[in-house]
Design a protein around this ligand. Structure first.
Ligand code: ZN
Length: 129
């Protein structure tokens, strides 16, 4: 179980990581040959409360896709912090270890449920993380 101070410190980590990802995405868009991408680069910086992921979801730029996935995970974790469900496993409703959250602040499952989740994905032939 994480306490309020830990959540605040994890939130700061997530905010910083999201900021860094935005910078990386922006740099990659600016590097693009396409004017459309370079135009979007300006909006990534100014998008504010809007979801960066939603803005860029149709981009289909492989190098940016990876970052978008991570931003989505971060945004989801930030939402759970606001709604008070952060640190609670989405599958079994138990508290996720503080240690696990320190290592993976975007974790939405406890370790046993994550292992089970990956096993199910693997056995159904779909790619896991
Ligand atoms: Zn669980």
């Amino acid at each position: 179980m994480v306490n309020g101070n830990q959540v605040r410190s994890l939130k700061k980590q997530l905010d910083e990581r999201e900021h860094a990802l935005r910078q990386e995405i922006r740099a990659e868009l600016l590097n693009s040959e396409e004017q459309h991408y370079r135009d979007l680069a300006g909006r990534v910086k100014d998008v504010g409360e809007e979801s960066v992921a939603d803005l860029l979801v149709d981009l289909q730029l492989a190098s940016v896709d990876r970052h978008i996935q991570e931003i989505r995970d971060i945004e989801a974790a930030q939402t759970r912090m606001v709604t008070g469900s952060f640190g609670i496993c989405v599958d079994c409703d138990r508290s996720i270890d503080a240690e696990r959250l320190e290592a993976y602040p975007t974790a939405k499952r406890c370790r046993p449920c994550q292992v089970e989740h990956e096993r199910m994905y693997a056995s159904s032939g779909r790619p896991s993380l």
